[in-house]
Each structure stands twice: as C-alpha cells, then as structure tokens.
Design a protein around this ligand. Structure first.
Ligand SMILES: [Zn+2]
Length: 85
C-alpha cells in the first residue's frame, strides 16, 4: 500500500505541469500573435468588492493573479489578470 501515496503525488505533479503548459500556450501577443513571450512580473492582488444585495451589504474579497507579459518579437507589454482558485 505504501506505493500509492508517491504515485498519487506523481500523478498530481504531472497533471499540474500539463495544466500550466496548456495555460501558457493559450497566451499570445495581442499585437503580433507571437507566442514567444517573457513574463516580466507576476503578483497576487486582493480584490475587494462591495456588493449590495437588497438591504444586506456583502464584502467580497477575492485573489487575482496579475501577470505582466512582454513579447520578444515586437516588445509589446500587457497585463493579464486571472482569478486565483
Ligand atoms: Zn508581439
């Protein structure tokens, strides 16, 4: 039974790496469409939102991941924000 835990960990790592690679492939330069990108900056930010529903006020705090990319072809830089799950 001892081999199941490392095996499960390995499966998780492989799945995570595959997920990260798939996520990176989806990003293209909005200017020239190139996939040769350089990540300049990556940071987590807290996003606070006041939402009023009827008479109750709810404070939503969610984390977003801000990634700044630079295109290696045309040097265009842009910011991609994604919710951190
Ligand atoms: Zn570009």
């Amino acid at each position: 039974m001892e081999f199941i835990l490392p095996l499960a960990a390995l499966v998780l790592i492989v799945a995570f790496v595959g997920y990260v690679r798939r996520g990176q492939q989806k990003t293209n330069c909005p200017e020239c469409g190139s996939t040769q990108l350089h990540i300049v900056d990556k940071q987590l930010k807290e996003l606070k939102q006041d939402s009023t529903i009827g008479y109750s006020v709810k404070l939503d705090v969610s984390l977003i991941l801000e990634t700044r990319y630079r295109c290696q072809v045309c040097n265009h830089t842009w910011l991609v924000t994604a919710p951190e799950n």
